[in-house]
Design a binder for this molecule. Structure first.
Ligand SMILES: *Cc1c(COP(=O)(O)O)cnc(C)c1O
Length: 462
C-alpha cells in the first residue's frame, strides 16, 4: 500500500489547520458567507474522474473557509458549544488516523481501556456512583436517549415486562414526568423511545426554570404505582439553574420512579468547587446525560450516557453475535450505546481529563463561571441592559431596553460586526440575548471586548 498520498493529504490538512487556528483570536466569529453562497461554492456535478486526495483537501479548505463559524473563538457564546483543549485536538487527529471501530474489548483494547479509565475519572470528579456504566455517544441528545432507554427497560422490567423482547405493544403504560422547562432533546428522546411527548405529564417550574417539587409530589401521588420516569435538569439551557435534587430525587424514588438528570453542561458543576452546592443530591439519580464537547472542551462530537444500573443499561443496548469475540464478564463498549460501529470517542475524553487533572478541570469550570459573572457585573453597569436570570453557572440571559425588537437587533448587529457571537432566546415569554460561556480560553478581555461592542450597538439603537 502506498501511504504517500495519505501523508501528503495530512500535511496539507495540517497547514490549513494552522491557518485556521491562527485566525481564531481575530477572525469575525460569524461566517463571512451564508447558505446560498456556500451552496454555490460547492455546487458542481460529480466529477467524472479522480482527483488527488491532497488537492481535494485544499479545495475543501478553500471553499469551506468563508462558511465556517469560529466555534473555537473565545468570543463564541452561542448555544452551548465549547472549544477544544490542545490535548484533545491532537488526540482527535490520532483517533482519525488510527481509525478504530471501538465496539469490542477484544478487538480494540486501547480504545476500550481509555473509555473505562476516563469514565472512572469522570465519575470520581462528578461524585457519581463508581459502578455506573458509561456509554460514549455523539452528544447530550443521544446520551439522554440512551439513559431513558435504560429507564424504559428497568421500569417495565420491575412490573414483569420485557420491553426489549416485546416492545411497547400491550405493555403496561409508562408514565413520564417532565418539567415544563426542559431541553428539546428530552422530547426527542421520548419520541424515539415510543414513549410520546404529548402524553408526558408536565410539572410547572419557577422563574429560573426549576421544577416545583410540591407539584411533582402531587403528580406522583396521582398514580402512585405506575411505572414512572422523571427527568430533572442540572443546568437549565437558558438560565443554568439546577433542580432541587435533594428534595426531588428521594421523593420520586418513594414512588419507585427512575430519575434521569440532563446535565449536558451543568453536570460539571460537581467538579467546580464554587458551584458544587448546585449539584448536591444529584448522585442519587438513576442516570445522567452529559456532553464532553461542551464544558470539557473536547472537539465534536462526544456525549456520555451514565447509568447507575448496569443491568438495565446493557439490557437496553447490549447485543451478542457469534462473530463478535465477546465475553459475558464485562460489557463491550458497543453494549452501552445505540450504535454498532463507532468512532473511538474515548481517546479525546481521556486526553482532556489526563491533561487537566483535578485542579485543571476545577480551574476550567471556575473560569467559565467567573467570566459569566463578569458579564453580569458589566451589564449591571450598562444602562438599558437587564440580566434576567440568577447567574449561577455559565449562562447569562440579558435583555436590552426592555424591548424584544431592540434585544434582537443588538444580537444581530453584534454578530454582524464579527466581534462575538450569541443568539436570542425567549425565556418565560421574554426575549433575551443568551450568552453561554463555554470555551476554556475565554478571558476577561474577551468579555470586556464583547460588552464594549454591545454597548456601542445599544447606544446606536436607543
Ligand atoms: C446541548 C444540550 C443538550 C443536547 O446535547 P447535544 O450534545 O447537542 O446532543 C441537551 N440538554 C442540554 C441542557 C443541553 O444544553
Amino acid at each position: 500500500m502506498d501511504l504517500e498520498p495519505t501523508l501528503t493529504s495530512l500535511d496539507r490538512a495540517q497547514a490549513h489547520a494552522r491557518t485556521w487556528l491562527g485566525s481564531l483570536n481575530s477572525r469575525p466569529v460569524a461566517p463571512a458567507q451564508g447558505p446560498a453562497e456556500l451552496m454555490a461554492a460547492f455546487d458542481e456535478p460529480l466529477p467524472e474522474g479522480q482527483t488527488p486526495g491532497a488537492d481535494v483537501v485544499d479545495l475543501l479548505a478553500l471553499r469551506a473557509e468563508p462558511g465556517l463559524t469560529a466555534f473555537g473563538s473565545p468570543r463564541f457564546y452561542g448555544f452551548v458549544i465549547g472549544g477544544a483543549l490542545p490535548a484533545t485536538v491532537g488526540a482527535d487527529l490520532l483517533t482519525t488516523v488510527w481509525d478504530q471501530n471501538s465496539g469490542l474489548n477484544a478487538v480494540t483494547p486501547a480504545a476500550a481501556a481509555v473509555e473505562v479509565v476516563a469514565a472512572r475519572w469522570i465519575k470520581e470528579v462528578l461524585n457519581l456512583p463508581g459502578d455506573a456504566t458509561v456509554g460514549y455517544v455523539t452528544g447530550g441528545m443521544m446520551a439522554s436517549f440512551t439513559c431513558l432507554g435504560a429507564a424504559r427497560n428497568e421500569v417495565l422490567h420491575r412490573v414483569g415486562w420485557d420491553v426489549e423482547a416485546h416492545g411497547l405493544h400491550g405493555a403496561p403504560r409508562v408514565r413520564v414526568i417532565v418539567p415544563d422547562e426542559r431541553h428539546a432533546t428530552i422530547d426527542l428522546a421520548l419520541r424515539y423511545l415510543g414513549l410520546g411527548v404529548d402524553t408526558a405529564v408536565l410539572v410547572p417550574t419557577d422563574d429560573q426554570g426549576r421544577i416545583d417539587v410540591a407539584a411533582l409530589r402531587t403528580v406522583l401521588a396521582a398514580d402512585p404505582d405506575a411505572p414512572t420516569v422523571v427527568t430533572l435538569a442540572a443546568g437549565n439551557v437558558n438560565t443554568g439553574a439546577f433542580d432541587d435534587f435533594t428534595d426531588a430525587i428521594p421523593l420520586a424514588h418513594e414512588y419507585g420512579a427512575w430519575v434521569h438528570v440532563d446535565g449536558a453542561f451543568g453536570l460539571w458543576a460537581a467538579a467546580t468547587p464554587s458551584r458544587v452546592h448546585l449539584s448536591i443530591g444529584m448522585e442519587q439519580a438513576d442516570s445522567w446525560s452529559t456532553d464532553a464537547h461542551k464544558w470539557l472542551n473536547v472537539p465534536y462530537d462526544c456525549g456520555l450516557a451514565i447509568v447507575a444500573n448496569p443491568r438495565a443499561h446493557r439490557a437496553a443496548f447490549g447485543v451478542h453475535a457469534a462473530y463478535l469475540l465477546q465475553t459475558d464478564a464485562e460489557p463491550d463498549p458497543m453494549e452501552l450505546v445505540p450504535e454498532f460501529s463507532r468512532r473511538a470517542r474515548g481517546f479525546t475524553v481521556w486526553a482532556a481529563m489526563r491533561a487537566l487533572g483535578r485542579t485543571g478541570l476545577a480551574e476550567l469550570g471556575e473560569n467559565l463561571c467567573a467570566q459569566a459573572q463578569r458579564f453580569a457585573d458589566r451589564f449591571a453597569d450598562l444602562p438599558g441592559a437587564d440580566v434576567l436570570n440568577d447567574v449561577v453557572l455559565d449562562q447569562v440571559l440579558v435583555r436590552f431596553a426592555d424591548d424584544d425588537a431592540v434585544t434582537r437587533a443588538v444580537v444581530d448587529r453584534v454578530v454582524a460586526g464579527g466581534v462575538a457571537y450569541f443568539s436570542p432566546t425567549v425565556f418565560k415569554g421574554r426575549t433575551a440575548a443568551r450568552i453561554s460561556v463555554c470555551n476554556a480560553g475565554t478571558t476577561e478581555d474577551d468579555v470586556d471586548a464583547t460588552v464594549t461592542a454591545i454597548a456601542k450597538v445599544l447606544a446606536e439603537l436607543v
